[in-house]
Design a protein around this ligand. Sequence first.
Ligand code: GRF
Length: 209
Amino acid sequence: MRIAVFASGGGSNFQAILDAIERGDLSAEVVTCISDRPGAGALERAERRDVPHHILSPSDHDDPLAFGRSLLEILQRHEATFVALAGYLRHVPENVVNAYTGRITNIHPSLLPAFGGPGFYGRRVHEAALERGVRWTGVTVHLVDPVYDNGPIVLQEPVPVLPGDDVERLAARVLEVEHELYPTALRLFAEERVEVDGRQVRILDPHPN
Ligand code: GRF
């Protein structure tokens, strides 16, 4: 599996994917990292690991489809077979989603469909969970479709909200789980163990060797 990672932020999930590959837990290669923000920590991590990286912003393009064509050109150049969004804050253009249907995933720091959709990103997700008083939040890895945070759910893991939590404490507890769950989900794709039927995702048993 030749993964392209899209990241806008610090890139700790991107790092977790690189580390899982290095440990031999994920049989894949990260062929490129694409960010919309020149200062993104993810780009520094890419630089350190010699992963080819690109900065590409929707604001440099006339419309979403033109932005999508530029993304597709980079994905094709690196022969990416899979796209992993890891803290990517832009809406992925429809032409990219269509070209990678069933092969593009996102990680979200709540149990979707709670606290998802436009406006729910980064610390806002955890603020909303704390404000609502939920006892459990968690992590979701889902396939990407044209609607924000909407595609079929691949894996979820609950995380408790504990007395005295603030956004920072809760985000740190959730992030720790993200770093385990995303490589695990990608491994299922690499092993061709994900079967999608509409909204239902079935995880197949490992292939006997
Ligand atoms: C993570 O919480 C991820 O779920 C969300 O944005 C955050 C990114 O963290 N989409 P990082 O850039 O991977 O460190």
